[in-house]
Design a protein around this ligand. Structure first.
Ligand SMILES: [Ca+2]
Ligand SMILES: [Ca+2]
Length: 685
């Protein structure tokens, strides 16, 4: 019986299979089945054997239809002509889903991120005691900064960086802090600070402040309790026994401080020596003590909770010292050891960049990350690595999957011994070649510890240095007053006992030609104003065509508006003792900037020797000589004055970074999203 059933089924399948379904046609094809579908005699299983031949003939041409019994449908579904398309469709669907998921992941993975606020615009570094005095005491203060925020916005600045304003009575410019949670009264109150943060954010600006973790003032309550060995504070600093011979203290080793002489100082209260990397009034904290690390973390949280958008971590390479306390090696082996008193006379292998230091910096990062999770509230972290070699500086960027600083501050342009196209080229390529992939560069041309730009290189080079600053890839950082070309002061007759060499670039900001350059209405300011303030001031330059300030504003505006400058490739074309020439270009934009900067004497350049297919004339987009803006140059012979700089504009499809000859001379940090297939440049972020 079972054999018969199989036979019937196979016949029916043969009859009905492999024809196109015409739709709901069952009444026309097999009316007798529909008359009484429940009748057992109508089912194939109960048909008499003799009917087979007739049924075969009747069912010829029958196709699967909706409502057909499932057992029969299963018979159809097993046929190759139905099964194969079904399986093909199924696997095509699976493959499509996998391709879509893979493509989505790939696009997310390879797409450049939008620029964050610390990448999107320049930083402006303010030395608060010299920016603006609001209460006529001759010292700049926080309210004064708030009063001048409108000026800062005219510079197209994105981030305000205020250097140390913590409570400190030390003659070291606020870097020996007595209380990390207090504003020094000279700068105002905590309320003033909170108002300033609100006003800065109200203008759409961000605020970063100094963080000085390595040491405190010897007046800090922690040190006072450490020298009396009070509870947990006993080990907050680095204490060692030292001996005395003939009234002279013999320190534990030969280590010397940055400012010279032994880095150990005998404390009569505790009857031990403590260690200081800098001045003896700045004892080093013991970062091998977890309680100290926790204190610094809580201080960071204190300021982050107040709305601070980031920190510049000062002197981080000094955080740890070798536990073994062995003598450091003398640079000059023949020098009599007792005469070693200068910092430069030792190799500092045991007092800088010790194993574990980067772990501490990363722990700072982790604390900041806790405050970065809200959209739009990313907290920036910069590290001061002032005197490091380039390899060590780059380590502050962290590892591929372990982030450390967003960037270590780049001081190399401020430390140039000579200014030339070659020396500038060396600084640029050194940073760009050594910077880990995917990281973001930054450039400074001045700072509180550097001579002013005009005094270092001369007035002729101020504009071209600014043109360099704004046409390099990365974040430009400007020290207050550089934008108007302020010069060094020689401070005499000041009330406080400072080393005058450290005051050169800290003179009051020159706002206008009124008394004290508009900095203060006091009869006496803490530092004298530069004598050139009658002509070199904001008020005069803001309306003066061709002024340093005007060019600075034009450059910062160009930087803000041109994707070529903020996200484009940087390709070095040429450098010599005078000039450096490079392009800024970006896939998706058939327009390039050719930047020509002369850091030497007057010179003649032939651009066609560098790019043979350049047209004979190119338009000047910006020039350090404002009269030339918008005019054209002859690319076969561009005459450049001493310190002259040009940004030329050119329509060019054959971009240099695609050419093998420029492979080693082109760099990019974070290019904008561009689809070469669709030729779409996503330029919103
Ligand atoms: Ca004041
Ligand atoms: Ca230290």
């Amino acid at each position: 019986m079972a054999e018969d059933k199989n036979k019937r089924d196979s016949i029916e399948i043969r009859m009905k299979g492999c024809q196109a379904n015409n739709g709901f046609v069952q009444n026309e094809d097999i009316p007798e089945q529909d008359a009484d579908p429940g009748s057992p005699t109508d089912t194939p299983q109960h048909r008499p054997e003799g009917l087979h031949g007739a049924l075969e003939a009747d069912f010829k041409g029958i196709q699967p239809y909706a409502g057909m019994p499932k057992e029969v449908l299963f018979q159809f579904s097993g046929q190759a002509c139905y099964r194969l398309p079904r399986e093909i469709l199924f696997w095509l669907t699976v493959a499509s889903v996998l391709v879509l998921v893979g493509a989505t992941i790939a696009i997310i993975a390879i797409s450049p991120k939008c620029l964050d606020w610390w990448q999107a615009g320049p930083m402006y570094r303010i030395y608060p005691r010299s920016f603006k005095d609001s209460d006529k005491d001759g010292n700049g203060d926080l309210k004064g900064i708030q009063d001048k925020l409108d000026y800062i916005t005219t510079l197209n600045i994105k981030t305000v960086w205020i250097t140390s304003f913590y409570k400190s009575s030390l003659k070291d410019f606020r870097y020996g802090v007595e209380d990390f949670r207090e504003i020094d009264p000279i700068f105002g109150t905590m309320k003033d600070f909170e108002n300033l943060v609100a006003a800065i954010h109200d203008k759409g600006l961000k605020l970063i402040i100094d963080n000085i973790p390595n040491h405190t003032s010897d007046k800090h309550v922690w040190f006072q309790m450490s020298r009396t060995q009070t509870g947990k504070y006993t080990d907050y600093y680095i204490w060692r026994d030292c001996t005395h011979e003939n009234g002279i203290t013999i320190p534990p080793n030969n280590w010397v401080s940055v400012y010279g002489n032994s880095s150990w100082h005998f404390d009569e209260v505790r009857n031990q020596c403590y260690f200081h990397q800098f001045m003896k009034e700045q004892p080093d904290l013991n970062f091998r003590n977890p309680d100290v690390q926790e204190e610094i973390k809580e201080i960071m949280q204190f300021w982050l909770a107040k709305g601070v958008d980031g920190f510049s971590f000062d002197a981080v390479k000094f955080l740890l010292e070798a536990k073994h306390l062995r003598d450091e090696i003398q640079v000059n082996k023949t020098q009599i050891p007792s005469t070693v008193t200068h910092y430069s006379e030792l190799y500092h292998d045991f007092t800088t960049t010790q194993v574990g230091m980067h772990d501490i910096v990363r722990s700072f990062r982790q604390t900041m990350d806790q405050y970065s999770r809200e959209p739009g509230r990313y907290r920036f972290m910069g590290t001061e690595a002032n005197t490091e070699n380039i390899d060590r500086t780059m380590m502050y960027y962290g590892l591929p999957f372990v982030q450390e600083a967003d960037f270590p501050f780049n001081h190399y342009l401020t430390k140039l011994d000579t200014l030339s196209g070659n020396s500038v080229y060396e600084v640029i390529t050194s940073w760009m070649k050594n910077m880990p992939e995917g990281k973001w560069p930054n450039w400074m041309i001045g700072g509180p510890d550097n001579s002013r730009l005009t005094s270092r290189w001369g007035n002729e080079y101020v504009n071209t240095m600014h043109m360099l600053l704004f046409t390099l890839p990365g974040t430009p950082i400007t020290y207050y007053g550089e934008e108007i070309g302020m010069g060094n002061i020689v401070a005499t007759n000041i009330n406080e006992s400072y080393n005058t060499d450290t005051l050169l670039s800290k003179s009051p900001m020159q706002w206008d030609n009124s008394s004290n350059a508009g900095f203060s209405e006091a009869s006496h300011t803490w530092l004298p104003t530069h004598s050139d303030y009658h002509t070199v001031n904001v008020d005069a330059q803001k309306t003066q065509p061709g002024s340093a300030l005007k060019l600075y504003q034009e450059l910062s505006l160009l930087h803000a508006n041109e994707l070529l400058l903020s996200r484009g490739w940087f390709c070095l074309l040429r450098n010599d003792s005078h000039s450096v020439v490079y392009t800024r270009e970006l896939d998706g934009i058939n327009r390039v900037f050719i930047v020509v900067l002369n850091f030497g004497e007057s010179t003649l350049l032939n651009l066609q020797e560098m790019i043979s297919y350049l047209p004979s004339r190119l338009r000047i987009r910006l020039s350090t000589n404002s009269a030339k803006k918008g005019s054209e140059v002859d690319t076969r012979g561009i005459f450049l004055d001493k310190g002259e700089g040009l940004i030329l504009e050119h329509n060019m499809k054959n971009l240099l970074h695609h050419q093998t000859a420029f492979r080693d001379r082109c760099f990019v940090s974070s290019q904008a999203c561009y689809s070469s297939v669709l030729n779409i440049l996503y330029s919103v972020c």
